[in-house]
Design a protein around this ligand. Sequence first.
Ligand SMILES: [Zn+2]
Length: 459
Amino acid sequence: MPDVPLAMGPDDAAEFFYEKGVVLARDGEEARLVEDAVRGYFTQAVGLTADHVRRDSPEINRSGITRIRVGDPGHGDHRGDRAVTHTLRALREYEGRVGRRLVSRNHVVSLAVGSRSGDEPVPVPLASDTNPAPTEAGYDPDTAVNVLVVDNGLTYDYPLAPLLDHVQGDLHLTETDSRGNLLQYVGHGTFIAGILAAVAPNTNITVRNTLNDAGAILESDFGDSLFEAVERDGWPDIINLSAGTVTGRTDGLLGIGAFMEVLRAQNTLLIAAAGDHASATPFWPAAYASMPGYEDVVLSVGALRADGEYGACFTNHGDWVNAYAPGERLTSTLIGFATPVPYLYQHSSYEACRFGFRYACTCQSPRRTGVLSTAGTSTAEKATQVLFNGYAHWSGTSFATPVAAGLVAAYMAATKEGDPRATRRSILAAHTAFAEVRGAHVPALRPPTWRPTPATAVT
Ligand SMILES: [Zn+2]
């Protein structure tokens, strides 16, 4: 998590995290207007002190976003921030009049591997096949599709996995703690690269550690980091983004507004995870897929469970999710290809599905005891430790996303179609496969080399 005081929102529903004491506004006139409105509201309406309401010293950023300090981040606890809540309230009436948003919380954008306790990887022997398995098609540098994975980096020994021959990018800065245990979320980018390479071998895959080892970034930094990632090697055909945040709103993410406008004028397709809150609340940036002007620009992807017939318990859903791909217990590359790497589970498994489903989902199995779940309790049970030796199972819309991205890339390579947005339209128009998610029939993207596992009922 970013190194600033954070609170949960909205109103302790814990759907997202945001920076305490700070809001975001667009540079210039709007930021001045927000600052003045907040001062007036604080002193006249709610009796809060307005002494420390001020814009951060203006800095030039591509995203055109200013941070406005509205409160003391040390006040209160992680359950909320009064100054931020009052700021949003202060501007609400004015925003209604002008018909657009002027101010936003500074959300934490993070990897889509579960909500309150992320799903954690499970070791799989290196002698196994990946799932999806590698497609038998050659790599051709002249026609390879360029895929940029905006994520948390690659593990140091990834070049030892032959599957990842055409993968390059940033390594993690820190992979293990002082005792040699793998840190939580490390390997996320490597796992995604493995799925992409298996489904679409004719690709150049670049993994950037834009989201840092912990897989999280503040919205105020996210826009500029996205510009930096895409411009480093030129705009790619496809961006795979297995991260985002809920905002409780339906009008996008203020911090990446400028990036999304520039993206719209390019030919790049953004394929984004729908998020893992088991919720219909829009998750951004995936939900841009249903915003006017962005229908062709974004493909939003939810997760199917291991049988491929129904939605995974955790997947977000709703009209703003374009398609669903397998995202439960996929097998892909992680770490430990030569020397095994230990890992201590952070969260214990649940007695029953935390979202109320009745099949043996990843909430419940495999059984494990986590460091964080037992911290401060009298439980003498030790956290479950495992060794990673190359491959792992892992679950999340994070991983359904590269399955879909791989299918788009494979289609482009096979048909010599140079336009990823036209490919998106073709794939969604031509698809004949459906799955059932929360009673709705939804487009299902299942790669030919992916093997389903029948779902078992909880006993
Ligand atoms: Zn579950």
